[in-house]
Design a protein around this ligand. Structure first.
Ligand code: DAH
Length: 337
């Protein structure tokens, strides 16, 4: 056995001297270390020896194996380099600039969402979450949206079951948080919402940020102040805003807030439909009926609420005219942010 091993070693040493290509090296490895290679065969033959002999011979076989592995490894680097060189001058052109790894970055909607969250956190708001699959009660009923309200229309709402919907807005988080906690409270609730709608300004899934502040003597003045600071931080100090009376079942009084069109700066264009203003969010003072659903005393507490669409803000901020671009994941679009 020992002689055989010695022969293998000499055979290997002479053959590796002649190896010049990766293929030859591969063949050599198979012949010696492969399943049917001579090292494996020698290990199998060990079975016929006594335990004492086995131990001694086993060590020799292992030595041989390590010797072979080491030389193959060394040779491999040499052979690879010369084969690259032989492949021609264009295999390695050291004068070429390096190829950069492409780094990813956050999606523009996520970027805008994080920007909005940071502004409200700076104003002392905490951040809350609620489920996207929501009950009829939280999405509508407790927000004072009665059964026959058009917002419940099958055309707009994705129904999962009879009393279960994909939330159509982030407002249900208002109810969930008020049920859990006692006032005063001040939070925002960012998240995904769903409506059965699809065109240049609507996608079936989009994002909103809800805001709620409840305390003693919270007033419409606070709402105006907060909207002022918030919209000026997003769109710049020079951007004018206005409050228009509106209606939402869960606020009274309700308002829609417009900003001066950021595309035409108020002169009138296609985006603002020649009015010079674009609607940016809904807001109002919490309707006492909503406090009734969560057991807050409307004589003691008042609240302000607002809700805005993140895609809408992102579109105005970046001058994007088709909301669907955000969800097509075309890298030529996404790379620009
Ligand atoms: N939930 C409303 C919507 O999706 C937006 C909204 C309006 C939220 C007024 C509010 C609010 O909190 O006070 O259209």
């Amino acid at each position: 056995m020992l002689e055989k091993l010695e022969l293998h070693r000499r055979d290997f040493d002479s053959r590796i001297g002649n190896v010049t290509t990766p293929d030859q090296l591969k063949q050599l490895r198979t012949d010696f270390l492969g399943k049917k290679g001579c090292v494996s065969l020698a290990l199998k033959e060990l079975r016929e020896f006594s335990p004492g002999e086995k131990r001694a011979l086993g060590k020799h076989i292992n030595d041989l194996k390590e010797h072979i592995e080491l030389l193959i490894q060394e040779k491999s680097a040499v052979v690879q380099e010369s084969s690259d060189r032989a492949a021609g001058s264009d295999a390695f052109d050291l004068s070429l600039p390096g190829r950069r790894e492409m780094d990813g970055h956050l999606h523009p909607i996520t970027q805008v969402m994080e920007e909005l969250i940071a502004i409200f956190v700076g104003l002392g708001f905490s951040v809350e979450e609620g489920p996207e699959i929501e009950s009829d009660y939280y999405n509508f009923e407790a927000l004072n949206i009665p059964k026959d309200h058009p917002a419940r229309d099958m055309q707009d709402t994705f129904y999962v079951e009879d009393e279960v919907v994909l939330r159509t807005h982030t407002s249900p988080v208002q109810i969930r948080v008020m049920e859990k906690r006692k006032p005063p409270l001040r939070f925002i609730a960012p998240g995904r919402v769903y409506r059965c709608d699809s065109d240049v300004s609507h996608t079936p899934q989009f994002h909103q940020v809800e805001g709620l502040m409840v305390d003693r003597s919270v007033s419409f003045g606070h709402l105006k102040g907060i909207m002022d600071i918030f919209l000026h931080q997003v769109f710049g100090k020079q951007t004018a805003l206005r409050f228009r009376p509106s209606f939402f079942p869960f606020t009274c009084p309700s308002a829609e807030v417009d900003i001066q069109c950021v595309i035409c700066l108020g002169k009138g264009c296609r985006v603002c439909k020649q009015t010079g203003w674009v609607e940016i969010l809904g807001a109002g003072m919490v309707d006492p009926a909503v406090f009734g659903f969560v057991g807050y005393d409307p004589e003691e507490w008042t609240g302000l609420a607002f809700g805005l669409g993140i895609e809408r803000i992102a579109m105005l901020k970046y001058g994007i005219n088709d909301i669907r671009l955000f969800f097509e994941n075309d890298l030529r679009f996404l790379r620009q942010f």
